[in-house]
Ligand binder design. Structure first.
Ligand code: GLV
Length: 326
């Protein structure tokens, strides 16, 4: 009998086709996520689920899906999945690491440049007829060359971002992580420091940490106060790592210079939110992995995990519960 699979949104054919070739597939056709009760109903007799970061996979969902063997998350992040609850029911969890590292690092650099050089504000002014002449004191931003980058979370994406900014702009690299990252130290001359030192010494602070109990709300008012007044803050990780009220105040008061965000809390950030109204804040709608090639590669990786899971084989990219040693 063919395995039954629910795919919680249309994903690229590069991943959908191999799943459809092997399984009986139900694809959620809407642009928005299935509501939780609908999701629960659609997975009730499924062997596999392809979830997105907008779908909550929790104990209630798992209880409604007794046949489920695998949750293949179409993302590298998996804070939407209760991995411990999955493990308790013997449900494997997969994610899509590596293939989106370059695209995400590219967006971190894009946001850093846009915020440092006031691109959002300048482009909006030009379009609105506020470009009156070449102004010696107009739209002055921050230089990048030779400045200091602070990477919060030196994983694959943090490292790829640091490589770009060290090799392209000669930036000195500081970072925080649980342990030294020898490849960063060796290749980039990077130095692991405590967060207070990083905040005090960095001209650019880029967040690449996973969302966990420890990182939720990590950037509050006190953290912004410790940064330079010329600092640019970039977040391409997860919105809840930042206290947005504190960030908005830091941007409004000039406590920091500017921010570039690809992630917010909530997502989508509602129209009219105060962060959109701040000229020194660039907000992108969570597009870091949004290139044709990257999304195809994510879809393939997602299909590989899903198909391995429904066949009872080890997942090529399995997420293991914290503390399991995996
Ligand atoms: C996107 O945010 C991802 O985790 O892949």
């Amino acid at each position: 009998m063919r395995a039954k699979v629910f795919v919680a949104r249309r994903i690229p054919d590069a991943g959908l086709a191999p799943i459809a070739a092997a399984c009986e597939v139900d694809v959620w056709p809407e642009r928005l996520a299935p509501p939780p009760d609908v999701l629960r109903d659609r997975v009730k007799d499924c062997d596999g689920l392809v979830s997105l970061l907008t779908d909550r996979v929790d104990a209630a969902l798992l209880a409604a899906a007794p046949r489920l063997k695998v949750v293949s998350n179409f993302a590298v992040g998996f804070d939407n999945v209760d991995v411990a609850a999955c493990a308790a029911r013997g449900v494997k969890v997969g994610n899509t690491p590596e293939v989106l590292t370059d695209a995400t690092a590219d967006i971190a650099v894009t946001l850093l440049l846009a915020a440092a050089r006031r691109l959002g504000e300048a482009a909006a002014d030009a379009r609105a007829g506020r470009w009156l002449t070449w102004e010696p004191l107009g739209w002055l931003g921050q230089d990048l060359a030779g400045r200091t980058l602070g990477v919060v979370g030196m994983g694959r994406i943090g490292l790829a971002t640091a490589r770009r900014l060290h090799r392209g702009w000669g930036m000195k690299v500081l970072y925080t992580d649980q342990a030294d990252v020898p490849v960063a130290d060796r290749d980039l001359g990077a130095k692991r420091v405590d967060l207070d030192t990083l905040l005090a010494e960095s001209d650019f602070v880029s967040v690449h940490a996973a969302l966990t109990l420890e990182t939720r709300g990590l950037f509050g008012a006190d953290r912004f106060r410790r940064m330079k007044r010329t600092a640019v803050f970039v977040n391409t990780a997860r919105g809840p790592i930042v206290d947005q009220v504190a960030l908005a105040e830091a941007l409004r008061s000039g406590t920091i210079f500017a921010a570039g965000l690809d992630v917010t809390d909530p997502e989508p950030l509602p129209a009219g939110h105060e962060l959109y109204g701040l000229p020194n804040c660039v907000v992108a709608p969570h597009v870091a992995s949004a290139t044709v090639g990257t999304r195809d590669a994510m879809a393939r990786r997602c299909a590989d995990n899903l198909l391995a899971g429904v066949r009872g084989e080890p997942l090529p990219h399995e997420v293991r519960p914290a503390g399991s040693g995996g």
